[in-house]
Design a protein around this ligand. Structure first.
Ligand code: AMP
Length: 120
């Protein structure tokens, strides 16, 4: 449920400050500390799940909530006409913080391409 060494667990518990964007019983959303888009939020389950690869059936309510509230949170923070969610997972996904989190990225204008296409 809680990993004392996890930065996002500490944010959930208020032990590390964050700019909160949304909170309910299952999830917390806050502004990314190094934004890469005009709107850049992170949404996390309150319970510690290191990666999606470790998610269990019991985590599905929180994981579903992350998706279910994303559009409203994005709109409320200035991305009313769409947004992108990214959930980096594991080594290949280049997940840096080992507490499941989805990036909510957006703004007033379309974002860049999701991944640069390899040159042919
Ligand atoms: P990822 O590569 O998907 O694991 O991304 C981790 C994200 O967490 C990065 O975009 C960081 O800027 C962000 N981050 C790390 N520490 C904090 C923090 N204390 N508050 C807000 N965002 C953070």
């Amino acid at each position: 449920m809680y990993d004392p060494n996890c930065v996002f667990c500490k944010i959930v518990r208020g032990e590390i400050p964050s700019r909160k964007a949304y909170e309910d019983d299952l999830v917390l959303a806050f502004h990314d500390i190094h934004p890469v888009a005009p709107v850049h939020l992170l949404i996390v389950p309150k319970a510690h799940i290191a990666t999606l690869g470790e998610a269990q059936a019991g985590h599905e309510p929180a994981l579903g909530r992350m998706l279910g509230v994303a559009a409203r949170i994005a709109a409320e923070h200035g991305s009313e006409d769409g947004f992108r969610m990214i959930l980096n997972t594991g080594r290949v996904g280049r997940q840096e913080v080992l507490h499941v989190h989805a990036h909510i990225l957006g703004g007033k204008e379309p974002l860049g391409a999701m991944l640069p296409r390899p040159k042919t």
